[in-house]
Design a protein around this ligand. Structure first.
Ligand SMILES: [Zn+2]
Ligand SMILES: [Zn+2]
Length: 301
């Protein structure tokens, strides 16, 4: 049995960057100018901020020391009566301001060519199914948590279609974002990126490599696989529960005793589990999501 940890941020060297990967400024329907949006994120301790306005690429403000900025865009795609949104970061070409893509394929192909990293936004808000996710060719990641969608309509979490896609063999990252359109939604969900250097190029390469985890509060401090014992272990900020989630019913729930939160958990990986990811729940119910790691039952450790 082999657990592929090459996509683990904990196996990579470098800087941890607290990232806002989906934002809106006054360039579209946000409430702050790009400069003020950047300053607000800096005050909240972010080191990586992407500007992802609707169908328009915001001019990048001059970042203060210690903060990396990325260009980006959010594209609304027609899909019958629904309208999925795709987000692209670190654009090699500007999206023509105001233009809307005519099809999912057009948006997907443009992003695959022009964005350093791209993902599907808020599957719940867009009412998307697992089949919809699987239909997007080589989709790198989805938002497993969009705090704006949770605070507005209660459909901020997307772990079900994520697991269903992973169970079907997809490699798919899970991001947490705010997608804030108002001050109250800022700083609620974020992605922690492990980049070898604090630069736009290195941060985007880290995202493409899967070197990140998502959170609305808990910290995942370490995630290690011991090949000798076949055990995956996690260390985290105080948690009421740590889940090892995999294909079907083969996972494990490690629930803390009331009043004594746990800061570590371990699972002897089942060779037939397909993939495994870790989800941490803190005492107030906030969650963090590691990426998913593939398990090859026939692989050497
Ligand atoms: Zn959207
Ligand atoms: Zn948005």
């Amino acid at each position: 049995m082999h657990l592929d940890m090459t996509q683990s941020p904990f196996a990579a060297d470098g800087h941890w960057l607290k990232a806002a990967l989906h934002t809106h400024s006054t360039v579209s329907d946000g409430w702050l100018t790009p400069e003020d949006l950047l300053a607000a994120h800096q005050r909240m301790g972010y080191q990586l901020v992407a500007f992802t306005d609707h169908h328009a690429v915001a001019p990048l403000p001059e970042p203060p020391a210690g903060v990396v900025v990325l260009t980006g865009v959010e594209l609304t795609v027609p899909l019958g009566e629904r309208s999925p949104h795709l987000v692209g970061l670190h654009l090699a070409n500007p999206w023509p301001a105001g233009r809307k893509p005519q099809s999912l394929a057009e948006a997907r192909d443009w992003l695959a060519d022009s964005a350093g990293f791209w993902f599907l936004a808020h599957p719940g808000w867009s009412d998307l199914t697992t089949a919809d996710l699987l239909a997007v060719e080589d989709l790198p990641a989805i938002e497993v948590y969009n705090s704006g969608c949770r605070l507005e309509i209660g459909r901020g979490y997307a772990t079900y279609p994520w697991d269903a896609a992973l169970s079907r063999g997809r490699r798919l990252g899970g991001l947490a974002v705010d997608d804030a359109h108002q001050a109250e939604h800022l700083g609620v969900g974020w992605t922690i990126v492990r980049a070898p250097r604090p630069t736009a190029e290195a941060a985007v390469a880290a995202l493409a490599a899967g070197h990140y985890y998502a959170s609305e509060g808990p910290v995942i401090e370490d995630l290690r696989f011991d090949a000798a014992t076949g055990t995956l272990s996690v260390r985290c900020s105080p948690a009421q529960a740590v889940y090892f989630i995999c294909r079907s019913a083969k996972g494990l729930a490690c629930i803390a005793e009331p009043g004594s939160p746990r800061t570590e958990a371990a699972w002897p990986v089942d060779a037939d589990c397909g993939y495994v990811r870790v989800e941490v729940v803190d005492p107030s119910g906030r969650r963090a999501w590691s990426g998913a790691f593939r398990v090859d039952p026939a692989g050497t450790p």
